[in-house]
Design a binder for this molecule. Sequence first.
Ligand code: COA
Length: 112
Amino acid sequence: MATQAGEVRRVACLTPSFALLAELDGRPVAYVVVRIMAGDDTWMAEIETLSVDVAHRGRGIGQALMRAVDERLESLQIRDAVVAVVSTNTGAIRFYERCGFTVYQHDLYRRT
Ligand SMILES: CC(C)(COP(=O)(O)OP(=O)(O)OC[C@H]1O[C@@H](n2cnc3c(N)ncnc32)[C@H](O)[C@@H]1OP(=O)(O)O)[C@@H](O)C(=O)NCCC(=O)NCCS
């Protein structure tokens, strides 16, 4: 177990996960956190979180941030990307569809 934990830590340090911040007039208005992880036989990216300040939504900032993510992934030669979105977040689903994502799997379990 200790060896596995060490390996996980080592991989986590080595993988180039990243975060990007979008600024407007010097003020932060949006951010995205992207985790790089091992896929089946290559590396893949997971959009961990992406958020645009509510006052600045619907102006293309999210899409611009995703373009910057794509550029970074391209430089890392990573093509595969996934994102988890709850089914009630219809705005985000539409957003990711506009960014080229399609449904891959549904498997969110909840206990209250
Ligand atoms: C989802 C989110 C990141 C979109 O950012 P944004 O800057 O408002 O999006 P954009 O202006 O770049 O919109 C791009 C496209 O997404 C679609 N879209 C974005 N928000 C939408 C909404 N609430 N409802 C429907 N479509 C939406 C639009 O169709 C738009 O395409 P079009 O105008 O060319 O038709 C932003 O609404 C947000 O921060 N939401 C809360 C956090 C969240 O849910 N994050 C995603 C889960 S990780």
